[in-house]
Design a protein around this ligand. Structure first.
Ligand SMILES: *[C@@H]1O[C@H](CO)[C@@H](O)[C@H](O)[C@H]1NC(C)=O
Ligand SMILES: *[C@@H]1O[C@H](CO)[C@@H](O)[C@H](O)[C@H]1NC(C)=O
Ligand SMILES: *[C@@H]1O[C@H](CO)[C@@H](O)[C@H](O)[C@H]1NC(C)=O
Ligand SMILES: *[C@@H]1O[C@H](CO)[C@@H](O)[C@H](O)[C@H]1NC(C)=O
Ligand SMILES: *[C@@H]1O[C@H](CO)[C@@H](O)[C@H](O)[C@H]1NC(C)=O
Ligand SMILES: *[C@@H]1O[C@H](CO)[C@@H](O)[C@H](O)[C@H]1NC(C)=O
Ligand SMILES: *[C@@H]1O[C@H](CO)[C@@H](O)[C@H](O)[C@H]1NC(C)=O
Ligand SMILES: *[C@@H]1O[C@H](CO)[C@@H](O)[C@H](O)[C@H]1NC(C)=O
Ligand SMILES: *[C@@H]1O[C@H](CO)[C@@H](O)[C@H](O)[C@H]1NC(C)=O
Length: 653
């Protein structure tokens, strides 16, 4: 956990850049309060011992000068590869209350990904999509209302009603941060199809709609009690056909015949994907299918979280399972045949929902720096294995694994958001692939394939652009810090020397894989629990490393633990480094209002909006001493917003 002096040092550093906070020590102390919910759990595990023998700390990676000489490069990938899966039942906490009241920290987080990847892909769904029903309005005036908890489901997902306002909210988020959405068609009961989400979803979202999942983990339907125990891949095949026919017959669905459905999204619990492929699923529904998908968590914490029986797992005993390169490879190996099958059938293959462990993850594991290294490695491994995308699941207060968590509702007036370590992996992956959509990745089998020091090369537009270097070992002595020599081309490869005169490096750094808060990406951080408005804080620090062009080598230090993303050209860096930073002002206003208002005129000129006033929610404690102005970085919207709001507790609109 950050100690106070560090917080102040950080704030001082921040003052040097564009954002000015006047935060008193009270706020920092309050930030440290543990509310009791899993999302703020303070468990810190022990980092695994340094392995014996330890892997070599120096090794060379020889890259070809052109992708045409490289065997085994992936299909083309994009910086949107790693997105989010937001459980439907928590969208009113995570995304916004309605279309005109959006969560500013969420917008800021998504904007930082948009700046790196051009867009961000988000799925709204999960178990809660299956019982969701679109209704014209709710008596409460809310856009979403949870009913009775379905106790037969170990993830205790509520059934819910929602209004078209949800879709307007998504559209408005898209307009601000170029979010693209995956939605789900409820399938708890295929004799009572509720297609409203398809009708209104496509009408409202248009091109910002990526597709509709039909069935979430159908292999668990029998376990969840809404199908008989005999429910089989053939039954799912039949029900998928019922949905296709119903959509194609539905005059309310704008584009028919439908071609954007996603299935089978098996959890690979009771069924393998092949069991579904072997029903003829892809050939039968090819024209309706936009993508094929699976969902998987490598472990589960259900016994501890939901008392489902079986042994409660001690997080310390599983921590090392996430701290080596075998983990991601093992998770993916059951899907390699399916990714090849999808490619052969011309369909993208998606990991539609994943995270460290189902039923909320493990304390100290899912919310550790190790989880960030793990997720980055696992995502890059999926990309190398010809998946076309993966969605990191976001749950609620009771989950350890969230990439981001809004404060509990009754604390939202004074606490800010908590950004989980695993969120940093999304920044790394976005920057690894960039915006061109022409990045291809290869696992280099680095350091004699050491499981502790994996490395990947990313070729973009046919030439080496970036290298990702991992070190999973925690060793404060420095004895396991590595120096990796990168060379491009050269006589050894029968090519002319291709090493640039210098490279630039961004580090994902923390003192230990067990660390929860002191985590930086290129020197910037989201800080401790309850500390984030969704903007990276501190000055960005990018290392420039001179190479030896005669020897054709660049020597890159990688700390233990840590991840280095090496940019092999200035273009490779500038592509993922926007010249302006789009941020959304968070503000401190009176507790009753607790909102920053962005006038419609501002939005009308910033992102093509017109119409109503948008109220952007905020999460600063009015009495916390956040008294100085908060200047948004000078992005298009930010600059405009700055002209209209906020000094201290007064709102100027
Ligand atoms: C934090 O915890 C301390 C000690 O329990 C308590 O006095 C203080 O009011 C709490 N602060 C907040 C903001 O909850
Ligand atoms: C949106 O939510 C805010 C905050 O609860 C509320 O003040 C506003 O009336 C809502 N707008 C609509 C259109 O429901
Ligand atoms: C944003 O939300 C408002 C209020 O619902 C709506 O009038 C407006 O059309 C929305 N904008 C978009 C782009 O959907
Ligand atoms: C499916 O969900 C709807 C809406 O929540 C509910 O009314 C219905 O009873 C559910 N059907 C089954 C078979 O669980
Ligand atoms: C790969 O998947 C295809 C399609 O389901 C199947 O026919 C084939 O047997 C699978 N191969 C392996 C090795 O599992
Ligand atoms: C590496 O990870 C794998 C897969 O999670 C695990 O089975 C194995 O025990 C780990 N190896 C070590 C040495 O920790
Ligand atoms: C991914 O697809 C490319 C292009 O078809 C192929 O060359 C490569 O071997 C595939 N990778 C894997 C791991 O199957
Ligand atoms: C917030 O709500 C939770 C759950 O309802 C409750 O346990 C807690 O005491 C409340 N905290 C405050 C500060 O009101
Ligand atoms: C935070 O982590 C960095 C390494 O990433 C370390 O140098 C620094 O001392 C740590 N700060 C604290 C307060 O632990």
């Amino acid at each position: 956990m950050l100690i106070l002096s560090v917080v102040l040092a950080l704030l001082t550093a921040v003052r040097g850049s564009v954002t000015v906070y006047g935060v008193t020590p009270t706020t920092a102390a309050a930030s440290a309060n543990y509310t009791g919910s899993a999302a703020y759990d303070t468990t810190v595990l022990n980092a695994p011992e340094v392995p014996s023998p330890a892997p070599a700390t120096q090794f060379t990676l020889a890259l070809n000068t052109a992708s045409s000489s490289v065997n085994g490069l992936s299909i083309a990938q994009s910086g949107t590869f790693l997105g989010f899966s937001v459980e439907f039942s928590v969208i009113n906490q995570v995304l916004g209350i309605n279309s005109s009241f959006l969560q500013v920290p969420f917008l800021n987080l998504m904007a930082s990904l948009k700046q790196r990847a051009g867009a961000v892909y988000i799925r709204v769904g999960g178990n809660s999509q299956e019982t969701a029903t679109l209704v014209a309005s709710l008596a409460s005036g809310k856009m979403i209302e949870k009913d009775n908890v379905d106790t037969s489901n170990p993830t205790e997902t509520p059934t819910l009603d929602f209004t078209p306002e949800v879709l307007y909210m998504l559209a408005n988020i898209s307009a601000l941060v170029n979010a693209k959405w995956y939605l789900g068609i409820p399938l708890n009961d295929s004799s009572n199809l509720r297609l409203g989400i398809a009708e209104v979803g496509e009408s409202v979202l248009g091109d910002n709609l990526l597709g509709f999942q039909v069935g979430n983990e159908p292999d668990l339907y029998a376990d969840h009690g809404h199908r008989p125990s005999t429910y089989s891949p053939y039954d799912y095949f039949g029900e998928f056909g019922v949905v296709v026919a119903a959509l194609n017959a539905d005059n309310g669905v704008p584009t028919r015949p439908v071609s954007n459905l996603i299935g089978p999204s098996v959890a690979t619990g009771d069924w393998t994907p092949e069991m579904v492929w072997n029903t003829g699923f892809v050939s039968s529904y090819s024209s309706s299918l936009g993508a094929l998908a699976v969902e998987h968590y490598p472990d589960n914490n259900c016994a501890a979280q939901f008392n489902t029986g079986g042994a409660v797992i001690d997080p310390q005993t599983v921590f090392s399972n996430y701290l080596n390169h075998t983990s991601g490879k093992n998770i993916i190996s059951p899907y390699l045949n399916s990714s090849a099958f999808a490619l052969a059938n011309g369909k993208p293959f998606l990991m539609f929902e994943t995270n460290t462990a189902s039923c909320g993850g493990f304390p100290g594991v899912s919310d550790s720096f190790g989880s960030a290294l793990w997720m980055a490695d696992y995502a890059l491994q999926m990309a190398y294995s010809n998946f076309s995308g993966a969605l990191l699941h976001v749950g609620g207060q009771d989950d350890y694994y969230n990439p981001f968590t809004p404060p509990p509702t009754n604390q939202s007036s004074y606490h800010q958001w908590t950004i989980g370590p695993i969120f940093y992996a999304t920044l790394v992956v976005a920057e690894a692939f960039g915006t061109s959509g022409k990045s291809q990745i290869i696992d280099l089998g680095a350091n004699s394939d050491s499981i502790y020091t994996p490395a990947y090369a990313i070729y973009e537009n046919g030439v080496p652009a970036r290298v990702a270097l991992f070190n999973y070992i925690t060793d404060a002595t420095g004895a396991n810090d590595m120096t990796v020599t990168i060379s491009i081309g050269g006589s050894g490869l029968g090519e002319s020397n291709g090493t640039p005169s210098q490279v630039q490096v961004k580090y994902l750094a923390a003192p230990s894989v067990a660390e929860k808060y002191n985590i930086t990406w290129a020197g910037q951080t989201y800080g401790d629990n309850f500390e984030s408005d969704g903007r990276l804080q501190g000055s960005e620090s990018i290392q420039t490393i001179s190479c030896d062009t005669n020897a054709n080598t660049c020597q890159i230090p990688v700390p233990a633990p840590g991840l280095a993303l090496v940019f092999l050209s200035s273009d490779a860096l500038s592509e993922v480094s926007p010249s302006t930073t789009q941020t959304f002002a968070t503000t401190s206003v009176t507790k009753t209002a607790n909102t920053a208002t962005v006038p419609a005129s501002v939005l009308a000129t910033s992102n093509g909006h017109s119409g109503s006033t948008w109220r952007l929610s905020s999460t600063s404690k009015e009495s916390s001493g956040v008294s100085a102005m908060m200047m948004p970085s000078m992005g298009v919207l930010g600059a405009l917003v700055f002209g209209t709001i906020i000094l201290g507790r007064t709102m100027y609109c």
